[in-house]
Design a protein. Structure first.
Length: 291
């Protein structure tokens, strides 16, 4: 990773100080282009993304959890998650944003502790989601989630880093609301509250309808992030309706694990190895890392 003390402009994703990288990462959401992120789940996938030209690296909470032996959904130990973030940061020279699920903490104070740890690891952005299955529904109450986001913002301010706080609302992913209009209104209401609490942008996974995304962009005065998948609108189409960021989420990790299953089944069944024909070479992968 670059260690020079040279300060670069806020639009340069290769800025050297953590605060410079944070400013650069914010800038990637406001330049008129879609920040397209191929989410990583380990150091190698992060290094591959950076080497391919990605201006930033984002982790996927699901992929990270699976790779470390835990289920997605607040089951992963925070220490393990933060250690992975630190390893990714040390391996790439672009800004890193970490998906930290719902914050790895039962209380707002514990979420703040997580933010301090993630910042100490060198990341400059986080995703924090409002999913929290309980007898009260699939999402945290707006006031509770706002308190958690405000605690995250305060911890970042205390550290002197302009953290990009991507507030994820799972209204569409969890099917909240009796109909489309109620779901839309709930999403806008949550986005408004989350921005007031200190969020930098709003992430709405589970929604790829261009008309609805365009409406959200017009209603939400902050960058809107969509999750993409096969069959979703292209990056160009998302740009046309004003989406600022598109994330593949766990899709690449899921595809890699699907290949592992296919290759294993082929090896044990047919006794052949064609599934792994299109592989990166040993040299290509080895050159991503210092000796």
């Amino acid at each position: 990773m670059t260690t020079s003390n040279t300060t670069t402009g806020p639009s340069d994703p290769h800025a050297t100080s953590q605060q410079d990288r944070a400013k650069a990462f914010h800038g990637l959401h406001t330049g008129g282009e879609v920040l397209a992120l191929a989410n990583a789940w380990d150091v190698a996938s992060a290094a591959i993304a950076a080497a391919a030209g990605s201006p930033a690296v984002a982790t996927t909470s699901a992929g990270v959890a699976w790779s470390l032996g835990a289920a997605d959904g607040d089951a992963l130990d925070r220490t393990l998650a933060v250690d992975l973030v630190a390893r990714v940061v040390s391996a790439v020279d672009v800004p890193v944003t970490a998906d930290i699920e719902s914050g790895f903490g039962a209380t707002a104070a514990e979420v703040a502790d997580t933010i301090r740890a993630v910042l100490a690891a060198g990341a400059v952005g986080v995703n924090i989601e409002d999913s929290h299955a309980s007898e009260n529904g699939p999402l945290r109450a707006v006031a509770e989630q706002s308190d958690r986001l405000a605690a995250a913002r305060a911890a970042a301010d205390e550290a002197g880093v302009d953290l990009y706080l991507n507030a994820r609302t799972d209204t569409y992913l969890r099917g909240v609301g009796a109909d489309a209009e109620e779901r839309f209104a709930e999403t806008v209401a949550r986005a408004t509250a989350y921005l007031a609490a200190g969020a930098s942008g709003i992430f709405v996974p589970g929604l790829t309808d261009l008309d609805t995304l365009g409406r959200l962009v017009r209603e939400i005065p902050a960058p809107v992030n969509a999750m993409v998948h096969p069959g979703a609108p292209s990056v160009a189409e998302l740009k046309a309706v004003g989406v600022a960021r598109a994330s593949l989420g766990a899709a690449i990790a899921q595809s890699a694990y699907a290949l592992a299953r296919r290759a294993t089944e082929e090896l044990l069944g047919a006794g052949t190895y064609e599934s792994v024909t299109d592989a990166l070479s040993w040299v290509e992968l080895n050159e991503l890392f210092p000796r």
